[in-house]
Design a protein around this ligand. Structure first.
Ligand code: MG
Length: 246
């Protein structure tokens, strides 16, 4: 872990990490919602006689629906979807998502939050989700962790992941922090790319079916196979950031 921290500092020309906040992605890190997203995309595309590649919805997680739909259209029909098709497909996908979503949390997330808070760090949410009533839902499942002031959602971002914008906004919401004052916890390649481009130390937790190398290629500084594995090293990692200097 030491060499990963040093390599991050060297690459980004920072002297040290001065941690104040942890920026959390939501789908696949807080909520175990990715299987429901995948199932709904798959079912919707099947209804339109279109084929999704294996794991495509996991690899493309965070891509705006219009772009995702056009990628599938181009591959299957060699054309973009019409406005109406985008609208109908997205409406159907959303409807199916609410049918399939269990609302379950990713195992270990409560412990991760506890470690973050115990270390005096601010938890910030950075999601591309635009669900209505999201804060109420989060506050019901993880009481007193996030507030509307510590959340970046689809309503605030203009460009979205994989652009660094959402994570840069997360740093702002945490108190105008610099990239070396936070770490990101992400599960998706486009999210990792976004955090990496924002020059923040990025921990990828592979909670889905995609191969590890995709997350490493996207720029993950550290890769874990579950939040439980992350929880077993996180206190040590936070401790190490206080002493490592280059
Ligand atoms: Mg995610």
């Amino acid at each position: 872990m030491t060499e990963k921290l040093i390599s991050y500092l060297q690459k980004n020309k920072f002297e040290n990490l001065d941690l104040r906040a942890v920026l959390f992605d939501m789908d696949g890190i807080i909520y175990d919602s990715m299987p429901a997203h995948d199932k709904s995309w798959r079912q919707t595309m099947q209804e339109w006689n279109l084929k999704l590649e294996p794991s495509e919805s996991f690899i493309q997680e965070g891509r705006p629906a219009r772009l995702m739909i056009n990628m599938v259209f181009q591959r299957n029909l060699k054309r973009d979807a019409t406005e109406q098709e985008v609208k109908d497909i997205y409406k159907r996908k959303t409807e199916l998502f609410f049918e399939h979503d269990t609302g379950a949390l990713i195992p270990g997330i409560q412990e991760t939050i506890k470690i973050v808070k115990t270390n005096g760090l601010i938890p910030i949410l950075v999601t591309g989700s635009g669900q209505t009533g999201l804060w109420e839902r989060l506050n019901g499942d993880l009481p007193n962790v996030f507030t509307p002031e510590t959340m970046v959602t689809a309503f605030e971002v203009e460009i979205g992941k994989p652009h660094p914008e959402p994570y840069l906004m997360g740093l702002e919401k945490a108190g105008n922090l610099k990239p070396n004052q936070a770490v990101v916890i992400e599960n998706a390649p486009l999210g990792v790319e976004s955090a990496h481009k924002a020059n923040i130390f990025t921990i990828a937790v592979n909670t889905g079916p995609i191969p590890d190398h995709i997350l490493l290629d996207a720029g993950a500084d550290l890769l874990m196979d579950s939040l439980d594995s992350l929880n077993s090293v996180l206190p040590k990692l936070f401790q190490m950031t206080e002493t490592i200097k280059i």
